[in-house]
Design a protein around this ligand. Structure first.
Ligand SMILES: *Cc1c(COP(=O)(O)O)cnc(C)c1O
Length: 374
């Protein structure tokens, strides 16, 4: 069977972890954490980056930094992972679900415009499949309404919008290093802070609400509880693993992109014939090959395609159930998100991981073609 995902190992994860163990510095913010943060800051080019235990935790930290209070509204896409909304719901926010574009899961600024107002405290764009949302349009809406922007860039590493890295375009950006992402640490994430005036508060939020980071820099002579916060630091073993991955990011990306473009080349004729839809990548966005997806005409076709692929030894997968229709939210007020619902029913993700190889991508793509030509 070809798995849907296979976490890639560079080979230097275990030696790095041994080095961390030998140094007997195991908790967070040691030398490996600092090296990872410096590498990420180099990739992102501006702002400050803090490793976190997950993207979910980075989003929760961002919700604290945005000072979300009960009753504040936060706009998130309906077609996303639970954490995008849950991080803000935990702070008592009223979640407003924006719909996707008709032809791409990213949030449509027109849908955001219909929900935004003075009650809106934050907008949380998700760069689905690592393809940028229309950040200029969202920034204009945010500015008009004094809302902050938190980018859920969980899938957005090594991708950009008009030449600017994803995660650096809003007030805060959240990255994931979960084993299903391009660059992994098992579980892990990062919070990127673009606002110089919020860096110190980010340190406090990440360090259990204490000014411990400033204390270790010698800026205060004792540390204590100064605001709300939580425990978002990963251990040095996680950072040691992650460093090996970050050092190989170019090689990992090259392999993923090669498989992605092989899929696209073979499936393009099917899209031309109208049998499937393929993702469009706007001129302002880049492709980081986080995901290769296609859209089936309907749910029945998708179910049959997934069965067909399985019979051919290929694990493909559908994706999110639109949060607007989730059991937790469905009873609450708010407009439907029909485009998000369509993606829930018709989207198929093909296997994509660094070790997949172009030959296997070709075999999988031909299996898809065969299904539609039966
Ligand atoms: C993976 C993912 C998350 C969660 O990341 P974790 O690191 O597992 O917490 C959040 N949002 C999106 C869009 C994701 O793809």
């Amino acid at each position: 069977m070809t798995p849907f995902n296979k976490p890639y190992l560079t080979g230097r994860e275990a030696p790095n972890i041994s080095e961390a163990l030998a140094a007997r510095k195991l908790s967070g913010d040691g030398p490996f954490t600092k090296r990872c943060q410096a590498m990420l800051e180099g990739l992102l080019g501006s702002g400050r980056t803090f490793l976190t235990t997950s993207c979910t935790d980075a989003l929760e930290a961002a919700a604290l930094l945005c000072e979300i209070e009960p009753g504040d509204e936060v706009i998130v896409p309906s077609y996303t992972f639970v954490s995008t909304a849950n991080a803000f719901a935990l702070r008592g926010a009223i979640i407003r679900f924006a719909d996707s574009y008709a032809n791409h899961p990213n949030m449509d600024p027109a849908s955001v415009a219909a929900l935004i107002g003075p009650q809106t405290k934050a907008i949380v764009p998700v760069h689905y499949a690592g393809v940028a949302c229309d950040m200029d349009a969202l920034a204009e809406l945010a500015e008009h309404n004094s809302a902050q922007i938190v980018e859920d860039a969980a899938q957005g590493i090594a991708s950009s919008y008009k030449g600017r890295p994803l995660g650096t375009l809003g007030d805060y950006g959240a990255f994931s290093f979960h084993e299903t992402k391009n660059i992994i640490a098992g579980e892990g994430g990062a919070l990127h802070v673009n606002r110089a005036d919020r860096v110190r508060q980010a340190e406090i939020v990440r360090e259990k609400g204490t000014d411990r980071s400033a204390f270790f820099r010698g800026e205060v002579d004792k540390y204590g509880w100064v605001s709300l916060g939580s425990s978002y630091l990963p251990s040095e073993m996680i950072a040691a693993f992650l460093l090996a991955q970050l050092e190989d990011i170019d090689a990992i990306q090259a392999r993923r992109l090669a498989a992605w473009y092989r899929y696209a080349a073979i499936l393009e004729p099917l899209a031309q014939e109208g049998a499937i839809e393929l993702p469009t990548i706007p001129a302002y966005a880049t492709n980081n090959a986080h995901m290769f997806f296609l859209l089936c005409p309907d749910l029945e076709t998708r179910t049959a395609l997934l069965e067909h692929l399985k019979a051919d030894g290929i694990y493909a997968a559908f994706h999110y159930q639109a949060l607007r229709s989730s059991p937790f939210f469905a009873d609450q007020a708010g407009p439907d998100t029909p485009h998000a619902d369509r993606f829930s029913h018709t989207l198929v993700r093909l296997p994509l991981f660094a070790e997949l190889g172009e030959d296997e991508a070709e075999r999988i793509a031909h299996s898809v073609v065969h299904f539609f030509k039966r």
